[in-house]
Write a protein of this length. Structure first.
Length: 166
């Protein structure tokens, strides 16, 4: 006779345990117009504060000044279809149209982005929202007759600020 209880999976085994590390390869980055599966690598938010010096009698005191959110770097795989070069360039054209020299309106080229860090079963364990991101640089990769490596696109984004939702 079989023990039926041994055949069932314990519900506690399905979810993360205390001190389970977040892994670098478990994430999804969502940007309107860019397929998430093309995003190979992505940086996480960083912040730096200016230092404000205050003179006080014979000493100096320091307080935190204005914050600056750092840029994040992305690497995209560039498949034949959908072309990551094309989707990247469509976003670039909202910033600047090279054929006419016209600059875009920020309400058109700035986009909110979302970084979702995933747990082992694929649940979202951390979520960052980058507010009003825009491209500060885009590099469309190298070509090389002697290489079989896939073409990659490098992009740097600047956000006005980040919100860690959970």
């Amino acid at each position: 006779r079989r023990n039926l209880m041994a055949d069932f999976i314990n519900a506690d085994d399905l979810f993360y345990r205390e001190y389970e590390p977040k892994l670098q390869n478990r994430y999804i980055l969502l940007i309107e117009g860019i397929p998430a599966f093309t995003i190979k690598t992505a940086g996480r938010p960083s912040i730096e504060f200016e230092t404000v010096e205050i003179d006080h009698i014979n000493t100096k005191r320091y307080v935190a000044g204005k914050p600056t959110w750092g840029t994040i770097d992305l690497t995209l795989n560039d498949p034949i279809t959908p072309s990551a070069a094309q989707t990247t360039m469509e976003w670039v054209r909202l910033h600047y149209e090279s054929t006419t020299g016209a600059m875009g309106y920020l309400e058109n080229y700035k986009k909110d982005i979302t970084i979702q860090v995933l747990g082992p079963p694929g649940d979202i364990v951390e979520q960052w929202i980058g507010k009003r991101a825009y491209i500060t640089s885009a590099e469309f990769g190298d070509l090389d007759w002697s290489s079989n490596d896939p073409v990659e696109i490098s992009m740097t984004l600047q956000c006005d600020h980040w919100i860690l939702e959970f």
